[in-house]
Design a binder for this molecule. Structure first.
Ligand code: SF4
Ligand code: SF4
Length: 477
């Protein structure tokens, strides 16, 4: 089917074609049947609030080839346009929010590549988050799945419980003296996933306790900025070396680094998976903590967390004081690459002889529109050769807890990503998000690849003569 952008005047024709492609028919799912059920009415009312945004989609289809799930499955229902059509069908009482609709929304990665491609500026991420919040609040899943999802949210968003969970998950490989790995299949089943999940290959056994950063690190030399750092939930357990490298680099480049006590999860996993109220509570906690720390900027070294913190205002109602406070806080949030790229220009950098390719984390490229800064940062390092990665902004399949909920699609996307990385001949793939780093690293190990997956800040740290980090350690040669 050839969908060409023809403007809003041809809505009816586009709606007909999208409706038929999405498998929703007026005859098979008449509105009057929907309104007979209370749940159906509730679904309709909840999604009707999104109508202003839903009607912005002109069904042009320019987002289709950017959508990883559409590219893999070639089905309209698994495209952005198809999903928007499904949401609108529920909002207008023409379809039920049943298992089939739920499935197509669950298969969505939330990568927001469709937002980048969309000429009509449709806020797909907003639509998905609000629809998912309704799905969870209206209890559209079996109870055991709801409990499993909540449990996983809690585990992943508290460093201490995550460290404990990772200890038990890696216990079989510890006892059997095998390389560190965590089984994904059990978690996947609890989450209602389809497929086995497979093992997550780790670089080393995670520590039993999260690795905490110093509360205050002074600037080396003249202080240029007072920086507040988000420590994160995953970083202190799986990537403590990335946090340490971040502090070292910031300090060497003239930043005083504050890691305010009392901070917690940014709320990204919650808001992306339909737990909007909890995400708002998490935002309030971080707002209070970082306001009190009185920093010039708040630095985040995880793309997903930075993207969420920049959108805190959207968690609160229009006109509320919380929304105003959130907007003020978000204005200070920077990805680490935004701060470092400028400061590096005057830095004394040592050569790092390596060939590096760069994977655009979705919530950096699509969520925050940051593509240049990480590349500028890496290109500034003498001796480093930066090579293009084909499909660099195509999601790797990690996507928060997606690799547990939709392991089949996650693994397909991972294999595609690994093949693209291998095709570059690079020694290292750099990416600014812990989920991508963990997932891609695991994929490379499973394929027997010698390519290492690092955070860009680890490479900058090396160029600034930082201590050699642990994990998938960078080295000069
Ligand atoms: S968020 Fe990603 S997976 Fe979902 S519809 Fe958009 S492009 Fe496709
Ligand atoms: S989401 Fe945007 S790009 Fe995709 S079909 Fe709708 S208007 Fe076109």
């Amino acid at each position: 089917m050839d969908h060409v952008c023809a403007g809003r005047g041809s809505h009816a024709a586009h709606q007909r074609s999208a409706r038929s492609a999405a498998g929703v028919s007026r005859r098979t799912v008449p509105g009057r049947h929907m309104t007979e059920s209370r749940k159906g009415r509730d679904d309709q009312t909840a999604l009707a609030r999104l109508t202003d945004e839903l009607v912005e989609c002109i069904h042009c289809g320019l987002c289709l080839e950017a959508c990883p799930t559409y590219v893999e499955l070639n089905r309209e229902e698994d495209s952005p346009r198809g999903r928007i059509y499904l949401m609108r069908s529920v909002a207008e009482g023409r379809a039920a929010l049943d298992g089939s609709v739920l499935h197509h929304l669950d298969v969505c990665l939330g990568c927001r590549a469709c937002e980048t491609a969309c000429p009509s500026d449709v806020k797909y991420g907003f639509l998905l988050e609000h629809t998912r919040t309704h799905i969870e609040e209206a209890s559209h899943r079996p109870m055991w799945q709801r409990l499993g999802r909540r449990l996983l949210m809690e585990v992943f968003t508290h460093s201490a419980t995550m460290a404990l969970a990772m200890f038990f998950a890696t216990l079989p490989s510890r006892l059997l003296r095998r390389p560190p790995s965590a089984p994904g299949g059990i978690v996947s089943r609890i989450m209602g996933g389809h497929g086995d999940g497979g093992d997550l290959r780790l670089e080393r056994f995670p520590p039993l306790r999260p690795s905490r950063l110093p509360r205050l690190t002074p600037a080396a030399g003249e202080k240029k900025l007072r920086v507040g750092l988000l420590e994160g939930c995953v970083m202190p357990v799986l990537f403590p070396e990335v946090n340490l490298a971040t502090v070292r680099v910031l300090s060497k480049l003239g930043c005083e680094v504050v890691v305010p006590p009392g901070q917690g999860c940014c709320g990204a996993l919650h808001v992306h998976n339909g737990y909007g109220r909890q995400a708002a509570r998490m935002a309030l906690r971080n707002m209070a903590v970082f306001e009190a720390a009185q920093c010039d900027v708040i630095v985040v070294n995880s793309a997903g967390c930075g993207s969420t913190m920049k959108e805190y205002a959207g968690f609160f109602p229009e006109g509320s004081p919380e929304r105003e406070r959130a907007a003020a806080l978000s204005a200070k949030v920077r990805d680490i690459s935004e701060v470092i790229a400028g400061l590096l220009e005057q830095a004394d950098l040592k050569p790092v002889e390596m060939t590096v390719t760069y994977h655009d984390a979705c919530h950096l490229a699509h969520g925050q529109k940051i593509r240049l800064e990480p590349r500028r940062m890496l290109s500034a390092i003498p001796g480093l050769k930066l090579v293009d990665l084909p499909e660099s902004d195509h999601c790797c399949g990690s996507a928060g807890v997606y690799s547990f909920t939709q392991p089949d699609m996650a693994v397909r996307l991972l294999k595609r990503k690994v093949a693209n990385i291998e095709s570059t001949g690079a020694d290292v793939v750099a990416t600014g998000n812990p989920g991508c780093q963990m997932w891609i690293r695991s994929g490379l190990k499973l394929e027997g690849s010698s390519v290492r997956a690092l955070h860009p800040i680890e490479i900058v740290d090396l160029a600034l003569d930082g201590a050699t980090t642990s994990g998938d350690s960078p080295s000069r040669h």
